[in-house]
Design a protein. Structure first.
Lengths: 125, 141
């Protein structure tokens, strides 16, 4: 089952791409299975971005699976950004991914948005 | 998968084995298991096996992790058996909900999530092996 934001072709491996948006917003695009091995692959490049940036959107629309190790990566990232007075938000998780985040009560700690404009607005100016 | 068939996969304690596990589960559940139950099985077995791989052999010993999946009376039953150090996930306390992001502790979510996604979870230690049983109820049509 895929939601409106769900991945079309999640593929097997995990990819990370970083995009700079207007207004000093950085978008991290994650693609693939964010399982334990995927989380190990993206952890270092993800941490590098969150260490350098203060307004971060993590786009999960291309992610088909989320393991607890992946939640750990997201939570550590949000804490690093938050520790600098910045914000990290999640954009457009797939239905199953959103279910895992909500069951883990991560949505109470890391805001989840369905559109890029809402995510950007949530980061403030 | 048919009602009488039990499928079994044996893995080593190497993170690369998780891809093989995911493919095996997808192959077994693709045909006649709902997407919700299929996801729950994939999620819980990934967590259970990853836990054994990462923490089951602190001294780096080679472990054997056997995973079984069978259909039984309206449920799918998964078993994970390993010869790693003793660990009973049913006795793990639930995580505390932090008041803020700054107070949030990292880790210890996997067992809580498995408990949430599986209908029930059982554990026994027998002959030097951990044996975890997870049941997933199939939706009634």
């Amino acid at each position: 089952m895929r939601g409106p934001c769900g991945p079309q072709d999640p593929g097997e491996s995990m990819d990370i791409a970083v995009e700079e948006l207007a207004g000093g917003v950085t978008k991290i695009n994650l693609q693939g299975r964010f399982d334990t091995t995927g989380a190990v692959v993206v952890e270092l490049p993800f941490n590098k971005v969150v260490t350098e940036k203060t307004r971060v959107i993590v786009d999960l629309s291309g992610v088909s699976f989320l393991a607890s190790y992946a939640i750990r990566v997201l939570l550590v990232g949000a804490k690093i950004v938050g520790g600098k007075g910045g914000r990290l938000v999640i954009l457009c998780p797939d239905n199953n991914v959103a279910k895992v985040l909500k069951t883990a009560k991560m949505d109470a700690l890391i805001p989840i948005h369905q559109t890029e404009s809402a995510a950007t607005a949530a980061l403030g100016s | 998968m048919s009602s009488l068939e039990t499928s079994r996969l044996v893995l080593r304690n190497d993170l690369a084995e998780l891809k093989r596990l995911a493919g095996w589960i997808e192959g077994l559940t693709r045909q006649d298991v709902s997407s919700d139950v299929s996801f729950a099985i994939a999620f819980c077995l990934e967590e259970a096996v990853a836990n054994v791989i990462m923490y089951g052999a602190p001294t780096g010993d080679h472990l054997e992790i056997a995973v079984e999946l069978e259909r039984d009376a309206g449920a799918l039953v998964a078993r994970v058996e390993d010869n790693g150090r003793q660990f009973d996930p049913t006795r793990a306390p639930p995580p505390e909900q932090p008041a803020s992001l700054a107070e949030a502790k990292v880790g210890n979510l996997g067992i809580h999530l498995v408990r949430s996604f599986a209908h029930d979870m059982g554990y026994e230690r027998r002959d030097g092996r951990n044996r975890l049983t997870l049941r997933f109820l199939e939706a009634r049509s």
